[in-house]
Write a protein that binds this ligand. Sequence first.
Ligand code: FAD
Length: 484
Amino acid sequence: MTKRSLHWFRDDLRLADNPALCWAAESETVYCVYILDEGSSRRPLGGASRWWLSRSLDSLSAALARKGGRLDVLRGDPAILLPTFAEATAVERVTWNRRYDAASIALDMQLKERLSETGIEVRSFNGSLLNDPWQITSRVGQPMKLFTPYWRAARERGEPAPALPAPARIPAAVRPVSLENEILGLEELALEPTKPDWAGSLRQSWTPGEDGARKRLDNFLGESLGGYAEGRDRPDRLSTSRLSPHLRFGEISPRQIWHALGIARETGEAAGTAADADKFLSELGWREFSYHLLFHNPALATRNYDERYDSFPWRPDAVALRRWQAGQTGFPLVDAGMRELWTTGWMHNRVRMVVASFLIKHLLQDWRAGEAWFWDTLVDADPANNAASWQWVAGSGVDAAPYFRIFNPVTQGETHDPDGSYIRRWVPELAKLSSKDIHQPWRASPEAQREAGVRIGETYPAPLIDLAFGRQRALAAFSTIRNR
Ligand SMILES: Cc1cc2nc3c(=O)[nH]c(=O)nc-3n(C[C@H](O)[C@H](O)[C@H](O)COP(=O)(O)OP(=O)(O)OC[C@H]3O[C@@H](n4cnc5c(N)ncnc54)[C@H](O)[C@@H]3O)c2cc1C
């Protein structure tokens, strides 16, 4: 039996179905480490993600302790710290689960070479996707550019392998005395906001960690899967799983979700039809496809996939951007979404599409400004999903929504939040308007406004732009690049 292994936790903050950890746990002792990497070429985490990470590490640390293990937390450059700790703890194996952004891939290659030179066996695993991004190709071996054939090819590979149970024991290795000063308490990472502490509503909304993820999955399967195929477009209902931040930090794996769904349907514990289950799995498929895109297009978050967009006539406008960020555009569905995001670190998918379209098309702001705001404020800010989705809405991405598909925030509200209850929740100053008026309060009669206590331009902003004008301007802007 191998004596000593080191497992490097990254975006896999769980014990169950963690293939790299399971391999490490075959040894007599496992040195478990997390390294907060703030100075390298990886994109720094946004504020909401930092909060989530802190809570998730806390939960992981407690779970490891229950198995006889320990999590040591470090801050610095993994290219230096990992070999230093591997040597100081005299481990024979080092292991991790793969990440797929370009900076991580380069780092992993560098580390594999460096550690192998010193005789350490290094193994990486796929712990976060149903398929590694390179496993699905077109018939001629090329990257896929359309979701439907991608997902069909993925499904043709059959069921994923069964999920692994958590190791029975994860015996802690002795700490290297010479490096004790490098090991930090979680609070020393200063991941959580203090001055001011804006995370109160995040604490109320979420339970980061593996147990929280599992509970959320069970609740979703038992209560919300029924009707998901249609209900997932309704922000006024609790109809989606809200598993995205748990998936982002690897507190649950798609393989676990896949099999839990199958078992719950077999035993009758999951409400819902085959169509609901298939639709839900296909959303996991979009996540897989986004990672496929990121792997093959490392600059997905910064460069237009469609190069014609490099000359798009954006109209940078700091005031408009600020009003969008603050949920003060005067369009109730947009403002509700942006305030939900600011308060809870999450926004419903339908509303994400509407607010993104409004920023890019009606306001002609570069999609990267929106991507950056989401990156900072979402608890599920994800290097693949966020970038791919913003490019999808902009029309600059792969398999993207065509540019002329411009969401009208009023009709989107009427369709997907018909009685306005989502808007009432997040834009309380409009709560007393009727279900008809609430989607375009500036059109409400003076009497209806007075009765609801709404004064446009005073208690609630006047519309930032005329929608018809914004739409025509967007189409004209697009026509300047269309034929290039
Ligand atoms: C502009 C924009 C930005 C986005 N940024 C992110 C992001 O940073 N992180 C993120 O995880 N998702 C992002 N999404 C995708 C989607 O909105 C969220 O994954 C979804 O709202 C999460 O809620 P849920 O867990 O309840 O989803 P469910 O409907 O329950 O879906 C289950 C899981 O499937 C995945 N998924 C669902 N929809 C998508 C999608 N369209 N693309 C990729 N994966 C999907 C998620 O991992 C999700 O947790 C973005 C979408 C848009 C339009």
